[in-house]
Ligand binder design. Sequence first.
Ligand SMILES: Nc1ncnc2c1ncn2[C@@H]1O[C@H](COP(=O)(O)OP(=O)(O)O)[C@@H](O)[C@H]1O
Ligand SMILES: O=P(O)(O)OC[C@H](O)CO
Length: 505
Amino acid sequence: MSEQFVAAIDQGTTSTRCMIFNHEGRVVAVDQKEHEQIFPKAGWVEHNPVEIWENTRAVTAGALAKADLKAEDIAAVGITNQRETAMVWDKNTGEPVYNAIVWQDTRTDAICQQLGALGGGAERYKDKVGLPLATYFSGPKVRWILDNVEGARERAEAGDLVFGNMDTWTVWNMTGGPDGGLHITEPTNASRTLMMDLDTLTWDESIAKDMGIPMSMLPEIKSSSQVYGEVRPRGVLAGVPISGILGDQQAATFGQACLSPGEAKNTYGTGNFMLLNTGTEKVPSKNGLLTTVCYKIGDQPTVYALEGSIAVSGSLVQWVRDNLGLINSAPEIEDLAKSVEDNGGCYFVPAFSGLFAPYWRSDARGAIVGLTRYVNKGHIARAVLEATAFQSKEVLDAMNADSGVDLTALKVDGGMVMNETLMQFQADILGVPVIRPVVAETTALGAAYAAGLAVGFWATEDDIRTNWAEDKRWEPNMEEGARAKAYASWKKAVTKTFDWVEDEA
Ligand SMILES: Nc1ncnc2c1ncn2[C@@H]1O[C@H](COP(=O)(O)OP(=O)(O)O)[C@@H](O)[C@H]1O
Ligand SMILES: O=P(O)(O)OC[C@H](O)CO
């Protein structure tokens, strides 16, 4: 039999990719397409799900063509996706009733306040679901659609409308859409809705009722790695088993081989997401982190994680490019930052969607502080990169406090880790080495591993450990005094962003 490969579809915030991997976990081909970011109002962010599905088909065909492979050469396909982004569609026609509401969107602030006011405030569901009540998560977004799209609630109650995150939408379409498409998800995605019980991995009916979401809308929760079904006969990967689904940050954790308790990774993309594998133990957070599912492989015990989610990191670089025009492409920020010695006293807190971990402040908005006539665009560029590193330091400190794990090194991945200036500053400010693996596309790789394990393409998780290899390491090189001073200034800058929004409605 000729050599076999595994495909992964990575439906991300800014683009959709298909990647094909060989047995060593190396990339054989990739195809990628960006989709439109829709900003109808301040604080609102939407995607067109039909555009995303068209892109998914196009990049899957593109990657196959680039690798010169056919569906028969693909042993399995895995899906990974931007999490929390929520959509509702008609199961009879496949038509979305509204655009997908993206994880960064803050329009549900009033809904979150109202739910919290029923008792418990932001902690209302935390014991059961591991999350604070915040605009980030899917449940309130679905509620918003049912409350605001004419006729949606009636159609939902009649059983015609269904909910899904982008994993569910992708699999439903890949398996036939209105023609018998599977309406499924798995625990890493479901654990971001505010509606899944973390112990039982089932929907909590009382929370769904609180949110006003009919149970009939919710997808069936499977495991993260099992054969769910096959790609429909008309599909690009016709007949290929779909056998892995993981939210993108959990997929990156899996792809980074953080498979034992105490291992962590930080992904630098649109936002930043640090996950610490806590094993089969569910660690509650007292320091602003999320307790979430790391992965559930077949019928093996559930593995949990502590997560620090940062809403804005790479997207700040895009904002500097698109809204300020200081650079023409994201990588150019590095040369601009290197044109100066330091930040010149300037700090940039990108609270564009409020602040996520560890603050969870929806009333915060972005601020650049410490400005003097001395500050130039180089200092701003440096402050932009430093913002990502400082936010990651806050999350790592919270993780140490919650878990007692003192990380001796941090594995990193994502689009921003090509920026050496940022990586060096990250090591400096954390005081521990930062390590980038050979395959930095860990998100797609993690989904491929989940899919490949289910069909026996990879035998055990040890294959994943064996395939992981270090590419580059940055050692800390900053005096403790300088580190403490810079971090204290950052913390002070953060306080300047609080209490800005008084009424989002
Ligand atoms: N060299 C660079 N320096 C700083 N930021 C970068 C660099 N290259 C890419 N980025 C940022 O990284 C992000 C893209 O990373 P990626 O992992 O593809 O994101 P996502 O999966 O969230 O869509 C963009 O927000 C971009 O601004
Ligand atoms: O698509 P990414 O890589 O920006 O990741 C988005 C996260 O899943 C949001 O929680």
